[in-house]
Write a protein that binds this ligand. Sequence first.
Ligand SMILES: [Zn+2]
Length: 161
Amino acid sequence: MKYLLEITANLTHIVEMTPEDGVDDPNMPYFFRLKCENCDIVSKEQCVYPSEVVYHKRKRVNHVIKCKGCKRVGTVKLVPGSESVFTAAAAAGGIYMPLMMFECEGLVPQQYAFNGGWKLTTDTGEDIMVNLVNGYFAGSEDEYGDNQPVVANVRGRFTPQ
Ligand SMILES: [Zn+2]
């Protein structure tokens, strides 16, 4: 089953927000939980990189996890290709933009956490590297004055495809 991870946020004085090395960054960590399709138990937070390779029954995936409840093994594969840059226009419209496609077997992804490195491009063309682990970022007022870049109200959702 495929699930598209989509994100939205409020942006102020920022024109674009992407993973640190761009939307197809293979080294971007994805933090989320997995619900077992069989027994509904939700896993602890997992961290998966697109560049990570694990084999399960000779199939190449990015993550393998055994359910703490029913002991069934499920897999996750991150499938690049459908992602878009998150823009100020999307933010202004409250629109969710695709970040990564998840192909899961036996599992339902949920509770995406905005951890890992993000790149913000300000409306003056400056790139700032930030961590959004707290779901919020604000440039220093001393440095930016009235043009203070702010990311707030980050939200992610997994949409079944
Ligand atoms: Zn289970």
